[in-house]
Design a binder for this molecule. Structure first.
Ligand SMILES: C[S@@+](CC[C@H](N)C(=O)[O-])C[C@H]1O[C@@H](n2cnc3c(N)ncnc32)[C@H](O)[C@@H]1O
Length: 371
């Protein structure tokens, strides 16, 4: 696959957020983006893969679909996998691991598919196979078609690379960015999180306003692939695109440790000049001076805090503070249950779909402008 070749690039997201990710891709100039279950497909070449990994906030992983063929038995898979030109994407000096799945196909044994593809890569290309390799090939056999993909991201993309400290229940940066988007946030208004934990919403919002690319501080698996053009990649990377902003982004939390964490994370992310964090309970929350904007929060959910009654009181206090002191602001709240959202007394629109977040089902509740 040369720099000119075009192929399908699949950007994975949590089911329920495909539309929001598709919007982001259109906005970033990936014109042919189309939503599918669990992600969005675009067509492009390697420079598009690099740029998507660097710039797209909402995708959790980006796959390059490098080939597909029809297979109905294992000996055929063996032959076709051996015939595949692995040297166009993999390097013989870089270890590889293979993952396989089978669905609705004559070949139903994922372990056998994995073994055939591993053997082909090892024998035909000479690359070592290792269970903890940074480069991953995915072989998916579905309806008797084997699709080969490379995971171009490596570590999940919510790991932005500039956040060392995380609180107990952080929301993933990728989800946070899509929830901000669904609340209409476009980097042109302040954002405040009164239960900020490690500061995810505040940092994402500040970075968007400052025009900072989410992948600017990390490595990607594609840097280990054949044909990776370091010079071209660096020209995408440098200088980092930045926008001037006078906006401010606010976080508070009752826990002093998380406030220290958020402050340290903001420094590492290079947005500390735009953010302020303080220790405070929601009861004492005050509206900052200056333009109105968006309150974005994920309070503790059921199961993570003692009794239900305590949890309802917490949501009620949050709602009281926002209804009494945040006229002109909008609210986005991520939580698990409608009764918790109702406990705030805030005028939420019907909630968004359930999104899986580490086994928990969360959803976005949002208001219009508060009176
Ligand atoms: C689910 S976590 C938020 C995680 C955060 N969004 C992040 O990404 O790290 C909920 C946070 O609410 C904070 N909290 C709980 N009760 C609070 C209260 N009464 N006032 C302010 N913060 C509170 C907890 O300390 C915790 O950091």
């Amino acid at each position: 696959m040369t720099g000119q070749t075009r192929f399908d690039i699949f950007l994975i997201t949590a089911p329920g957020l495909e539309g929001a990710l598709c919007d982001e891709l259109h906005e970033r100039g990936f014109g042919d983006a189309g939503a599918e279950v669990g992600g969005v497909t675009i067509k492009g070449g390697w420079p598009d893969v690099w740029r998507a990994n660097l710039e797209v906030r909402g995708a959790s992983r980006i796959l390059a679909r490098i080939g597909s063929f029809r297979v109905v038995h294992l000996s055929q898979l063996d032959k076709l996998a051996r015939r595949f030109d692995w040297s166009q994407v993999l390097r013989r000096d870089v270890p590889v691991r293979v993952e396989a799945t089978c669905k609705r196909s004559k070949i139903y044994h994922a372990g056998a598919v994995k073994q055939r593809v591993e053997t082909a890569i090892r024998d035909e290309l000479g690359a070592p196979i290792s269970a903890d390799a940074g480069v991953r090939v995915r072989a998916r056999v579905e309806d008797n078609v084997c699709t080969l993909s490379i995971d171009t991201s490596g570590e999940l993309l919510h790991k932005r690379g500039h956040k060392e400290a995380v609180s107990k229940a952080p929301i993933r940066e990728t989800l946070a960015s899509l929830f901000l988007r669904q609340c209409g946030y476009d980097g042109m208004e302040p954002v405040l999180d009164p239960m900020c934990g490690s500061g995810t919403f505040v940092l994402e919002a500040a970075e968007i306003a400052a025009g900072l690319a989410p992948g600017r501080s990390r490595d990607f698996a594609f840097e280990q692939l054949a044909g990776f053009d370091k010079k071209a990649w660096q020209s995408l990377h440098n200088p980092p695109p930045t926008a001037d902003t006078d906006l401010r982004f606010y976080g508070s939390d009752r826990d002093a440790g998380t406030v220290r964490m958020s402050t340290a994370n903001a420094i590492r992310a290079d947005v500390s000049h735009l953010t302020s964090f303080e220790q405070q309970t929601v009861k004492d929350l005050q509206c900052p001076e200056g333009p109105t904007g968006l309150v974005m929060v994920n309070p503790p959910y059921g199961g993570r805090i003692g009794s239900k009654a305590q949890l309802h009181t917490l949501y009620r206090n949050l709602g009281l503070a926002l209804r009494n002191r945040f006229s002109g602001w909008r609210v986005g709240m991520v939580t698990t249950e409608i009764p918790l959202a109702e406990a705030t007394g805030l005028p939420f629109e019907p909630p968004g779909p359930f999104i899986d977040h580490g086994g928990l089902k969360i959803r976005l509740f949002k208001t219009g402008v508060l009176k």
